[in-house]
Design a protein around this ligand. Structure first.
Ligand code: ADP
Ligand code: MG
Length: 681
């Protein structure tokens, strides 16, 4: 039943099932694992007499007289009902809620949940939620609130969930009994019942603990699996001090202290006998590329080849250019990307295989899967977006355990990184090159749009360039893209081009364009031919155009703060003062606070910490980007106690049954295989 589509549930037709697909829910299993983001506490039931002004309460009352509907001048439908209980009378009022009339019947008893307003002696409850007494299987005091999309009601999800609840006992238990007993976590059945419809907050805590534990436990098990394979000896042991010092001496600038330290740490790895396995973490603009180059210079001097991988062609091309500038004629470098013609690609691959290049730059996909690189001693992964610990194995399996360095701008608290990665060494570049100016950041709303346009014109008239970013989630791994969203963005871009900025050279860039097209637009922007570049988040990582000094971000509230920070890092690379304007179309307090964080700070680390605090559990920053499964319920920042417990459990298992051969641990083995398959996709 679990793997069946929602239509297998009683009374669910294809239309409804299609609706749920918008939430990413296709099967009964998907639904049951679609977890609430919060709960409403309706245990605070009051009588009408007790309910006070401005209080959000739950009252139990009956409908006294027929429900009335009236339409005001503005066309808004107003529905009213008179409710009574033993202590008094209250008016319930709804706006534009056609469904109410069909669901409220005089004489019947309901539970109403909403905010009380008091006008003199008259009490009113606004837009209350309704639930008929005795209709639902059990009287629920704690009600789940699910994360939703527009035009989706909580009740729709709740009632669907109730239908699916009876199949919970079919969900396979994924934690062996011995683990559950030893680490005091409840079984799956209890957990899923009480995460959706907890009978008490105590039960909810127990349920949540189990689900968080499970996530973190498997995270640890996956990591142990990786560690077992790494840290053998490498064939590439060399002293790179002289070569890198020579390289650094020829640079047009002086390395910062943090850059120097990082280079030294990498050189020590090269000389140590075990393959380097290092995460170089530095805020945008901290100068990671030159560190990579210094490391490659060291490998090159000993006749070894290095590979540098980037997530996009634009980035790979940029690295190729930068490295060519750094090395001049001292190194032979090639660029291997998908947009080359088949013939060129073939020729290049043959040359690489014959050992013609010191440095191979390309996209992850191509380098990982398509080429043989002889003598490969060093693999550098830049701005790895969802490429990380898991992928480094794929590369290592290829050759003689090359040194691997991962460069990332996603800040992750050091303690946490150590828990997560354990054996991964970390270098932190905590210092920016001198002379960088703070990017002035402003948050505005629709009202100031015209002024924002004026500001854009002013920059362009001064000879600067501008990015305008609009949100369109572009998941590189999913072929399916929300076409209507793309249409909206395209229309928006067209309007800017033809109506708002007709006098300027404006171009539009998005992820669905052909690689050559993207490449061409980017290089025209770099050359200054394009003055205003409208773009989706494809420019998020690493692109370097020093003359661009203003970035406008539409619907900034939809982005994660770390992502905003990365985007913003595209400006502030030249000598002119740079600006970032966040258009906030959101209304909530949290949205406002998040925008304030962006305006106040340019420090990526601080921003990500604040983001975590404001965001709560869910998709923890970094974890996904570091190539690990995303967390559905665990919050790595606040669930440290359960994390510790999960670590103990994983350690206990690896000690007592390292290869998972005991019959009771079969479930573990199967689950780990399932999870790793998903990550390697
Ligand atoms: P990121 O860490 O974001 O990848 P980059 O490597 O792109 O940063 O460096 C950003 C810019 O700073 C580049 O133009 C680079 O040449 C320059 N840069 C790097 N290190 C220094 C330094 N020590 N002094 C001055 N400029 C530097
Ligand atoms: Mg970079």
């Amino acid at each position: 039943m679990l793997s069946k589509p929602l239509t297998a549930l009683k009374g669910v037709g294809p239309a409804k099932a299609k609706d749920f697909a918008r939430l990413g829910v296709n099967t009964v299993y998907d639904l049951l694992t679609y977890l609430p983001r919060d709960y409403e506490d309706r245990s605070a039931t009051k009588t009408i007499y007790e309910a006070e002004d401005a209080e959000t309460v739950c009252i139990i009352a009956t409908v006294f007289s027929p429900v009335t509907e009236t339409r005001g001048y503005s066309g808004i439908l107003k529905t009213e009902a008179e409710l009574v209980d033993q202590t008094g009378k209250i008016m319930a009022v709804w706006f534009n809620a056609k469904w109410v009339k069909f669901n409220l019947h005089p004489g019947k008893w309901y539970m109403f949940y909403g905010k009380i307003k008091r006008y003199g002696s008259i009490k009113q409850i606004d837009n209350p939620l309704i639930e008929e007494l005795g209709k639902l299987k059990s009287w629920r005091m704690i009600v789940p609130i699910y994360p939703l999309k527009p035009n989706f009601s909580q009740n729709k999800v709740r009632s669907m969930m109730i239908k699916a609840m009876e199949y919970i006992d079919q969900m396979p238990e994924t934690l062996p009994e011995a683990v559950r007993r030893r680490f005091e976590v409840c079984d799956k059945n209890f957990a899923y019942h009480n995460i959706h419809f907890p009978k008490s907050f105590h039960d909810y805590e127990i349920a949540r603990k189990r689900l968080v534990f499970e996530e973190l436990f498997y995270l640890q098990m996956l990591l142990y699996g990786i560690k077992k394979q790494t840290r053998k000896s490498t064939a590439f042991v060399f002293d790179g001090k002289k070569a890198s010092a020579d390289f650094i001496a020829k640079l047009p600038f002086v390395l910062t202290g943090a850059q120097r330290r990082t280079v030294d740490e990498i050189l020590a790895d090269f000389a140590s006998g075990t393959p380097a396995n290092r995460l170089v973490q530095g805020d945008v603009g901290s100068g990671k590329t030159v560190i990579a180059a210094a490391a490659m210079a060291a490998a090159m001097q000993h006749g070894y080849t290095s590979a540098m991988m980037a997530p996009t062609e634009i980035l790979a091309a940029q690295h190729y250019e930068t490295l060519s500038k750094f090395f001049g004629s001292r190194a032979s470098i090639c660029l291997l990307v998908g947009s080359l013609t088949a013939a060129k690609k073939q020729k290049l691959q043959a040359e690489i295989a014959a050992g013609a290049y010191d440095i191979v730059v390309g996209t992850h996909a191509l380098i990982q899967n398509k080429v043989e690189i002889p003598n490969l001693a060093l693999v550098i992964t830049d701005e790895q977006h969802r490429f990380g610990v898991m992928q480094r194995d794929a590369m290592e399996a290829k050759g003689n355990r090359p040194h691997t360095i991962v460069m990332s701008a996603t800040p992750i608290p050091r303690t946490l990184a150590l828990i997560l990665y354990g054996d991964l060494d970390i270098s932190v570049i905590d210092e920016l090159p001198p002379g960088r100016k703070k990017i002035e950041t402003y948050c505005i709303d629709e009202e100031k749009r015209e002024r924002m346009y004026g500001f854009v014109r002013k920059q362009v008239d001064n000879g600067q360039q501008v990015y305008i970013v609009c949100p369109l989630v572009e998941e590189s791994e999913s072929a399916a893209i929300d076409m209507s969203a793309l249409k909206n963005v395209t229309a928006y871009a067209q309007n800017l081009q033809t109506q708002v900025f007709p006098e300027y050279r404006v171009a539009f860039l998005h992820g669905r364009m052909k690689a050559e097209e993207k490449e061409e637009i980017m290089s025209r922007f770099k050359a200054g031919e394009i003055q205003i570049l409208i773009s989706t988040t494809v420019i998020e990582v690493g692109v370097d155009v020093p003359n661009a000094n203003l970035m406008v971000i539409e619907n900034a509230e939809r982005f994660g703060l770390s992502q905003l920070h990365q985007l913003r890092g595209r400006v502030g690379r030249g000598s002119a003062q740079s600006y970032c304007v966040l258009m906030n179309q959101g209304t909530g307090e949290v949205a406002k606070k998040r925008m304030q964080v962006m305006c106040a700070s340019n420090d990526g680390f601080l921003i990500s910490q604040e983001d975590l605090k404001l965001r709560g559990p869910g998709d923890f920053f970094g974890v996904r980007q570091h190539g690990l499964p995303s967390m559905k319920i665990a919050n790595l920042f606040t669930d440290t106690q359960i994390l510790k417990l999960a670590q103990d459990a994983a350690q206990w298992i690896t000690k007592t049954d390292p290869d998972l051969i005991l019959p009771e641990n079969e479930v573990l083995k199967a689950q780990i295989q399932r999870l790793s398959a998903r990550i390697f996709l």
